[in-house]
Design a protein around this ligand. Structure first.
Ligand code: MN
Ligand code: MN
Length: 455
């Protein structure tokens, strides 16, 4: 069902289903503030649905449900199909990293009796959006003895929050003449941690007190922060948005809304013709680089390992054929048309809230540069799959020509010569601390992903 408002078509019982699905997602999103936490929550859902860690698998027979974990930040789940894996897979790929601020390796300092933490932002952000809001700290500290300590401050009602200060309006005469990109400088995105000196300490007593709190709570020293991964993210839970509760406001919809709806789709697969796959990757927001990003050899290796579990004599070679014969939805978010900023969009090629799963034939910028640009033959297959399953869907590109642009992981998997198209959920305020999506779109995405895995 192309470009129709889903709410208009829903029966009362449909609306109930959509609301229940959204509620489950809000719980997932609120618990998944980092890629590591998203992986943890995903494993909970997978294991509850009968998926087993590949580390415990000795074979991969049709109907088997297996997941592979990569360095706790990247996960790949499969339901083995009846056809040989070399016939190709049906792949849903989403990313679970989101824009945020990361603590620097040597973050702590004290200035004028305030303890602060230095950060370096991660991904594309409008820096001025990250000041004067409640922030939480999430991550791990890895000690030399091999222990890994989970840090979580700012989510529990009884926890304190942290934050970044901004200049008062009364003294902002100079600041307000700066362009928005310069109003808040990256090096000024430092987090306030405390103001209470440690009694009996002369040298940087406020910082010393913060270190004591960290020592008491987590048994970590300042040097341990060198081998840590602490992410500063908006504090608090995802919530219903709008008086009609038709939308969800929360941190990290990009791209955990597509990750969750993809996961929910594969959880329901059994008895499939082609092997179903859901891969959740890290590092998309900084170019899909590194061991846990989409450019990593992990995915290719995992397909080879699956083939090995089926006693394939030449798994690495055959993994290439499996990839080449695969079909993929790059499940990533799209920009939702915003009537307050209509001028940046082309109305016929924009995504609208509640009009369903968004297909982007291409992304990129300046003449489609960097885009995967899906083949029309494949797009026709997608249209049929969506329409046959009565999924609400729409097309979009990211803004008007030469207005800007963006990329996804689509082209990276496209390099394996597989058919890939971007398919995701429309978002307002993308990359802001609080993003907004439509509950109807979330549900239609799940329906679309499920139809695709079955096609
Ligand atoms: Mn994204
Ligand atoms: Mn993004």
């Amino acid at each position: 069902m192309y470009r129709k408002n889903a709410w208009k078509d829903y029966s009362a019982s449909d609306v109930k289903k959509v609301m229940a699905f959204a509620k489950d997602y809000e719980v997932f999103l609120s618990a998944s503030k980092t890629e590591r936490l998203a992986v943890k929550e995903s494993i909970k859902l997978l294991e509850k649905a009968g998926f087993k860690c590949a580390c415990k698998a000795s074979s991969a027979k049709p109907g088997d449900k297996i997941y592979f974990l990569n360095k706790n930040k990247n996960i790949c789940a499969f339901v083995i199909g009846k056809r040989p894996i070399t016939d190709g897979l049906r792949i849903l790929g989403a990313h679970i990293d989101s824009p945020r601020l990361d603590l620097k390796e040597h973050p702590l300092y004290e200035r004028n009796e305030i303890a602060l933490a230095d950060t370096h932002y991660y991904g594309g952000i409008k820096k001025y959006q990250w000041v004067t809001i409640p922030l939480a700290l999430h991550g791990v500290v890895c000690k030399k003895d091999g222990s890994v300590i989970d840090v979580n401050i700012g989510e529990d009602e009884s926890d304190p929050v942290v934050g970044i200060s901004d200049l008062l309006i009364h003294l902002s005469a100079d600041q307000l003449t700066k362009p928005a990109a310069k109003v808040i400088e990256g090096e000024n995105l430092d987090v306030t941690l405390g103001n209470m000196p440690l009694k009996g300490e002369d040298k940087q007593p406020v910082k010393a007190n913060v270190l004591k709190i960290l020592k008491d709570k987590y048994n970590i020293d300042e040097e341990d922060l060198l081998s840590a991964e602490i992410e500063v993210v908006p504090a608090g839970k995802a919530r219903d948005y709008g008086l009609d509760r038709s939308m969800i406001m929360g941190y990290g919809h990009d791209d955990r809304c597509c990750a969750y709806s993809s996961l929910r789709a594969i959880l329901e697969m059994s008895d499939c013709e082609y092997t179903s796959c859901c891969i959740l990757v890290d590092k998309e927001e900084i170019g899909s680089v590194g061991a846990t990003g989409a450019h990593s050899l992990f995915f290719e290796n995992v397909i080879a390992r699956l083939l090995s579990l089926q006693n394939d004599k030449n798994p690495l070679f055959n993994a290439r054929f499996a990839m080449e014969n695969s079909k993929m939805l790059s499940s990533d978010v799209s920009a939702a048309f915003d009537p307050l900023y209509a001028s940046v969009s082309d109305p016929n090629n924009s995504a609208y809230f509640a009009n369903g799963l968004v297909f982007n034939k291409y992304t990129g910028a300046r003449g489609k540069s960097g885009s995967n640009d899906a083949n029309p033959e494949y797009y026709a297959f997608i249209r049929k799959t969506m329409d046959d399953a009565k999924v609400h869907w729409q097309n979009a590109e990211l803004g008007k020509v030469d207005q800007g642009g963006g990329g996804t992981i689509a082209y990276i998997l496209g390099n394996y010569n597989m058919n890939v198209i971007d398919a995701g959920i429309a978002v307002h305020n993308m990359h802001a601390p609080m993003e907004v999506i439509s509950k109807a779109d979330l549900f239609e995405a799940y329906k679309g992903y499920l139809a695709f895995l079955k096609a």
